[in-house]
Ligand binder design. Structure first.
Ligand code: AMP
Length: 188
């Protein structure tokens, strides 16, 4: 059982760590970015609404994201827990998650905050070559992170739910650091 959020700026390695951790803890990896990219590729109603935001490096409006996550968290595969990657990204989203978890009688075990300096993020994102990784869009995504998402560090920190992990280390070392930190917080 593990109900986790992997948090951090774009390029911090959330997705990479989430894949490994979801295998270790046997819980689904729920990435709102992946859900949006699939919706855009399939040109669903949601995808059509979200596309322009993704292309510009802006956040998709909270109500669309919250509807998406509400639908996903009631799927039966989330019974043993879940690993959220890329959600929440704004304070209203974090409040909505609280309400949602209360309404389905679930909790949150821990928020892992991957800490990586901006210079290294830029370098990694420029090397990644994703469609929304042009230099201007990358800079915008970092700015959006600092303006709208970083306040969540305080939000979860004040509630003593946050653990900082140095995300600049090698991938395997980051995974082990997360695992060691979580051993103190997970039930069982
Ligand atoms: P990611 O793969 O997590 O970097 O997300 C890619 C893009 O999807 C972001 O730049 C946003 O446009 C959108 N997105 C993903 N998650 C969220 C979220 N929680 N709130 C708003 N927009 C999101």
């Amino acid at each position: 059982m593990a109900s986790l959020i992997i948090f951090g700026p774009p390029g911090a390695g959330k997705g990479t760590q989430a894949v490994e951790l979801s295998t270790r803890f046997a819980v689904p990896h729920i990435s709102t970015g992946d859900l949006f990219r699939t919706a855009v590729a399939e040109q669903t109603a949601l995808g059509v609404k979200a596309q322009d935001y993704l292309d510009r490096g802006e956040l998709v409006p909270d109500d669309l994201v919250i509807d998406l996550i509400r639908e996903r968290l009631v799927q039966p595969d989330t019974q043993p827990g879940w690993l959220l990657d890329g959600f929440p990204r704004t304070v209203p989203q974090a409040h909505a998650l609280d309400e949602l978890l209360t309404s389905i009688d679930r909790g949150l075990d821990r928020v892992i905050n991957l800490v990586v300096p901006d210079e290294m993020l830029l370098e990694r994102l420029l090397g990644r070559g994703r469609k929304d990784d042009s230099e201007a869009v990358i800079c915008r995504r970092l700015q959006v992170y600092h303006d709208q998402t970083a306040p969540l560090i305080r939000f979860y920190g004040d509630r003593h739910q946050l653990t900082d992990i140095d995300g600049s280390a090698a991938v395997e070392d980051v995974t082990e650091a997360i695992q060691a930190a979580l051993d103190n917080f997970l039930p069982g």
